[in-house]
Ligand binder design. Structure first.
Ligand SMILES: Nc1ncnc2c1ncn2[C@@H]1O[C@H](COP(=O)(O)OP(=O)(O)OP(=O)(O)O)[C@@H](O)[C@H]1O
Ligand SMILES: [Mg+2]
Length: 399
């Protein structure tokens, strides 16, 4: 089919659009069980110049794994089908909620997915993983917030380079007496931390109810606006904050961080059992400080026994989401206020964080799609702004 030429951008004719969609029905993403046309990822197409067509592709997340290959395949198929020299993609996204509905907790308005980063044990790298995972999602183009729910020892201010004493602004809320806090922004991330609200040189002597109300304020009284993902860095262990969040917030799931040692793995079981008890799905296990890459020899050194976390994940029925090496640059970048994903994108750890972000976002996108199919039945139409139905179904809680 050869396209006619008009100087102004012009929508393809119905025949041309049908030919294009027919060709694109051959394109599939391995994680989804339908082709991209059936999934309604293909939007409007228009001829923008002679021999040049622009096709809208509405992805379920900009952090989709294998995105570059998928886009290339779409371009090639579209070029052949329409007999044009150039096809350009206009990439949009429509991230759907992957949390189950029917629970009494309410979804946070405008926030599609709330992801907790947790561990049974302190010091395994939760905050490092949370900061880099969030930065990786943002780098891939997603709308991301990072909430530091560690009210006792907040790390986000340091890891994201927010000056000591910096305080967030406020804007009027729906209720005049209760203004909303404006999150700080760094590296495309929206940030909120108890470290922005109180003087961290003073010891925090808080009772349970005060902690509960302070942590809820950071979810509800912050002008997060529209987010694809709100990543929450939790304090270590299984305490008041975990319980409060589970009771009050509709959480998509928890990512459990561990190191390869036996003692840390025992804590994974504890963390997973806690999430099972409070009805939060565990999305999987990340092994941090998995192996060491030496600056001089570039060799991979397995400091702790290798494979322990993978085995523990299998035993617990958890997905193994990835392994992050120990690298000096992870710590130094974190201390200097720029996550390694941004500061040293070429490093093995930065690549591992990007892969982790893609893994998790793609798994959630599959669940989000399943939720939507269940709630709508077949055939919804996306035109202009994609339709975003409410969640239903949700991730299974593993036991
Ligand atoms: N993969 C890594 N390579 C090198 N250093 C790391 C890595 N992961 C974490 N670290 C370093 O280990 C220390 C502890 O990490 P982090 O603060 O993220 O742990 P945490 O689990 O959040 O701790 P806490 O339980 O106290 O909140 C930090 O100094 C951090 O820079
Ligand atoms: Mg921490």
């Amino acid at each position: 089919m050869v396209l006619g030429f008009s100087k102004k951008p012009a929508a393809l004719s119905a025949d041309q659009q049908a030919t294009l969609e027919e060709a694109l029905r051959a394109v599939r993403h391995p994680a989804f069980d339908q082709d991209i046309v059936s999934l309604e990822w293909v939007g409007a197409a228009e001829q923008t110049k002679k021999d040049h067509v622009t096709v809208e592709l509405i992805l379920p997340t900009l952090a989709l794994s294998g995105r570059a290959a998928l886009e290339q395949e779409v371009i090639e198929k579209a070029k052949t089908a329409l007999s044009v020299a150039e096809v350009e993609l206009k990439i949009l996204s429509n991230v759907l909620p992957a949390a189950g509905s029917g629970k009494e907790q309410q979804a946070l308005p405008g926030i599609q997915n709330v992801l907790l980063i947790a561990s049974g044990k302190g010091g395994v790298g939760k905050s490092t993983v949370a900061a880099n995972f969030a930065a990786a999602l943002a780098k891939l183009g997603c709308k991301v917030g990072l909430l530091d729910a560690d009210v006792y020892g907040p790390s986000v201010p340091t890891m994201l380079g927010i000056q000591d004493g910096a305080r967030p602004g406020t804007i009027p809320g729906e209720n005049d007496e209760r203004p909303k806090l404006l999150p700080m922004t760094r590296h495309g991330l929206k940030l909120m931390s108890m470290g922005f609200l109180v003087d961290m040189d003073q010891p925090m002597v808080w009772r349970g109810p005060m902690i509960a109300s302070a942590s809820m304020q950071m979810f509800r009284d912050v002008a997060w606006d529209e987010l694809d993902y709100l990543v929450v860095d939790l304090p270590p262990g299984t305490g008041d904050i975990h319980l409060t969040i589970a009771q009050q917030i509709l959480v998509t799931g928890a990512v459990i961080v561990s190191t390869p040692q036996d003692v840390a793995l025992a804590d994974v079981i504890r963390a997973k059992n806690m999430f099972d008890k409070v009805g939060i799905p565990s999305l999987g296990l990340v092994e941090n400080m998995s192996y060491f890459i030496c600056d001089n020899c570039d060799k991979r050194h397995e400091i702790f026994a290798h494979g322990g976390a993978h085995q523990a994940a299998d035993k617990l029925g958890l997905d193994f989401l990835g392994e992050i090496p120990i690298e000096v640059s992870v710590r130094s970048a974190g201390d200097a206020g720029t996550p390694v994903v941004i500061e040293h994108p070429e490093s093995a750890s930065a690549k591992a964080f990007i892969e982790l972000a893609q893994n998790v976002a793609t798994t959630l996108a599959v669940t989000g799609e399943q939720n939507m199919q269940q709630s709508l039945g077949p055939a919804i139409s996306i035109s202009g702004t994609p339709k975003k139905p409410g969640p239903k179904g949700g991730l299974p809680i593993l036991s």
